[in-house]
Design a protein around this ligand. Sequence first.
Ligand code: B12
Ligand code: SF4
Length: 478
Amino acid sequence: MKVLLIYPPRENYIFGITPHVYIEADAGNYQPIGMLYIAACLEKLSGIEIKVLDAHTERYNHEDVKKIIGRFKPDIIGVYFSTYYLKDSLITVENAKNVSPKSYVVAGGPHVALYPKETIDVPSVDCVMVGESEESFSRLAELLASGKSKDIGSLDNVLTKESASNKAPSRGKVNDLDSLPFPARNMIDYKKYSSILTKKNPCTTVITSRGCPFKCYFCSNLESGQRVRYRSPINVVNELEQVIKDYNIYDFLFFDELFTSDKERTISICNEVLKRGLKIRWHCRSRVDVLDEEMVKVMKKAGCRLIQFGIETGNQRLQDVINKKLDLKKVKETVNMVSDYRIYTYADFMFGIPSETAEETRNTLEFAKSLKLDYVAFGMFHPIPGSVFYDQGIKESKFGDFWRDYVVDQAKVIEDHSWTRRDREKFHLIMADAYKKFYFRPGFMIRKLFRIDSLSQMIWQMKSAIRVFSNLILKRFK
Ligand code: B12
Ligand code: SF4
């Protein structure tokens, strides 16, 4: 039995949400780690030949993907679906069925978790798998191998054309993360994965926990407000050690929603890294309310190089509006403390939160400038599917279910329903202005020079910055 897992080309981003100028094509490539987990589980079964095709990283277009499918002739084709690149996923499944009509086509990934019924209605899709799919994909392969395809529809988190009308699928969840094999990095060309922010490349991503205990109203993460599932420190560090041994990679990106949500575990992971003498560098995401100096001290020793914070707004009232509820005084203390430990600091902010005034927009920029930050990303608020704000907007008749309308008919244009078109252009200019005002400060530039630890990365970042800024100056927003 042959299985092909495809991460589609990224050619059709939904423009108009975030101006494309900020989606830096050259910022690096990250492994499709969810599919590598599925592949690792399939590898344990006998009689299965597996291929993972990361078309985005390989820079393959849809024609290339078609040819690869035609040559490999898979029995099962799994395709990653993301809402923002929905068209690319749809083109991929359609091409798959055209080139290889006998293949069983499975759709999975974040989009499917939001829109399972709409996805099973896509003619070229044979089944959708909702949520984490390591266990069910293996089960599906076994059922198909033993000629029991009729039973696929009875898997809890699966919808088939036959079972779709009378079933609400559950969301797949792996409870014991330590029971999973490590992602099958051997299935991809590990040398092609890199980040503009790491000290050295190639680098790799690692997921040490799943879920987030918080519930920010703008966030579409279906795992938010959920019990966090953690891997044990030993299991995590075993994976790091294996990556060093097999690929000689020392730069890691912990892509958990919130790496530091459990203080004791964070410290244990660091202590285990130190005990084994691993000379690694790593980046993670955190919030100032789940990070303190005791943690930062040991994180630094264990190789932590960058911490990314979602701060979102520099206005205290708006912190409550978005249900992030960070105390801005604490934000400042913590970010500056992290920076003083010579760990790079990165913060995400957004403009245009519901009810935000022009004064409050200015507060965010001024606040960002007042922090010891090395990197900053400014975005625009947009009600995204799966978020509390989106559901609330529909309930209060502020807008219709415009995302669903688009999902079922891509001829529908995703307009920004928060603002008029003129307002949106205004916000593009605000963002462009914020980037300029943040990065073009003599004090910032001098400080940055003193914090460089990699010349090659600095050159990459400067080239990228020049490209983004020239687009901004020429107002090439899209
Ligand atoms: C790391 C990350 C990235 C990385 C790496 C992406 C990559 N190569 O995987 C980068 C920074 C590049 C990125 C980019 C973007 N991302 Co992102 N990203 C994440 C993040 C934080 C973690 C993903 C991850 O590795 N999770 C861990 C693994 C184990 O879970 P998983 O990927 O979901 O995989 C499981 C299941 O989904 C399923 N599954 C996955 N693939 C498949 C395939 C098949 C066939 C099957 C059956 C099942 C299946 O099984 C897997 C194993 O359990 C998630 C948030 C989250 N916690 O998931 C957002 C998230 C996936 N990203 C999101 C978004 C919006 C984006 C961008 C559009 C942002 C932008 N404006 O450019 C781009 C688009 C990229 C794309 N084509 O999807 C959204 C997706 C929303 C949606 N409805 O599609 C998420 C959910 C964040 C959010 N809450 O808004 N992202
Ligand atoms: S924005 Fe971050 S902290 Fe807030 S709910 Fe989403 S993942 Fe959790």
